[in-house]
Design a protein around this ligand. Structure first.
Ligand code: GLA
Length: 332
């Protein structure tokens, strides 16, 4: 009998580049999915993908996922190397998440592979395992937000996530609100300045201690001007996430939107992870009637922008809805 491991994509409403210092983020799992329809195989992993010309064939023990070909198999291999499963699968991958578009297509693949290979544990453990898999496969020291939101999604809710305590507080999305994602530019975090940002935050922490506990004046006192700007972003962004959760809960969409715009400006000016086409897209969006707020979302250097709008305010983009996290179901 075949089964389906299904993992959603995600979009982050506010709180970017805070997860790898144990900060706060506010993502949601969305109604675009990667599905693996699979059946057991005793001693190998064989996956074909509707979006890739070459299939992946892997043994159950892998030491170095970075050498696997074709390249998409590295994400699969990262999971296999972390799990060392006792049996394999033969399966077929399909996805409605745009690949390389900043909505966590690779993370959804990793989570779906782990479930298809029989992962049984909590959402936190699933997120940690697939984060390690991603780090090993890509060589990029990404945080836990994406895999955690994919594992722990709650229908109808965004997730106030504490990436230090690894807790999630689901916050209902108010009625009468569209969340719209617009794809702006392809990107990969491999070879980007993402790892530099992680190192700059580590430098700040060596001077003032954990950024998740730092105050604005701690950040202002940092010596190196670049490190100071990065820390100023992180400290203020954590506070914006708290304020956003309060505003959304109160149905105060004007404040929520203003916080998104401030977050974008900080990512552009202090954290320098935006690019001009994303800035232009956000400017265009916030000047559009019915848009409460907009910002870049995710790692940056390309990818997507997200907007909160009155229903139907935008003709372009995907209106996304919050869904439950990844699971395995019987194929019908
Ligand atoms: C990428 C990473 C996440 C997070 C975001 C920025 O999506 O995978 O861990 O750091 O960038 O918020």
């Amino acid at each position: 009998m075949t089964r389906i491991a299904r993992a959603p994509g995600r979009v982050n409403l506010i709180g970017d580049h805070t997860d790898y210092t144990g900060g706060l983020v506010f993502p949601m799992a969305v109604d675009r999915w990667t599905d693996i329809e699979f059946e057991p195989l005793p001693d190998a992993i064989e996956l074909a993908s509707a979006d890739e010309p070459e299939p992946v064939r892997l043994p159950l023990r892998i030491d170095d996922p970075t050498t696997v070909t074709p390249a998409w198999g590295r994400y699969v291999a990262g999971v296999v190397s972390e799990m060392s499963p006792t049996h394999g699968i033969r399966g077929h991958v399909t996805t409605t998440i745009p690949i390389g578009g900043g909505m966590s297509s690779s993370h959804a693949l990793e989570v779906a592979v782990a479930l298809a290979l029989g992962f049984a544990g909590t959402a936190v453990d699933l997120a940690k395992l697939t984060q390690r898999a991603e780090n090993r496969a890509s060589g990029v020291p990404t945080g836990i937000m994406d895999q955690f939101s994919i594992a722990a999604g709650v229908a109808g809710h965004a997730l106030l996530m504490d990436c230090g305590a690894l807790t999630v507080t689901p916050v209902p999305l108010p009625e009468g609100l569209d969340v719209v994602v617009q794809f702006i530019a392809h990107r990969t975090l491999v070879g980007s300045a993402y790892a530099d940002r992680v190192a700059e935050c580590a430098a700040a922490e060596r001077e003032i201690g954990p950024l998740r506990e730092a105050s604005a004046s701690d950040a202002d006192g940092l010596h190196d001007p670049v490190v100071r700007r990065r820390a100023q972003h992180v400290v203020a962004e954590n506070q914006r996430v708290r304020d956003f959760a309060v505003a959304l809960t109160a149905g105060d969409l004007r404040t929520a939107g203003a916080l998104m715009v401030a977050s974008h400006a900080s990512l552009r000016d202090l954290y320098e992870t935006s690019i001009p086409v994303m800035d232009e897209a956000v400017e265009r969006l916030v000047a559009t009637p019915g848009v409460h707020g907009a910002r870049m979302t995710g790692g940056g250097f390309g990818g997507c922008v997200v907007a909160l709008t009155e229903p139907g305010a935008l003709g372009d983009g995907w209106v996304v809805h919050p869904v439950d996290g990844a699971s395995v179901v019987d194929a019908v």
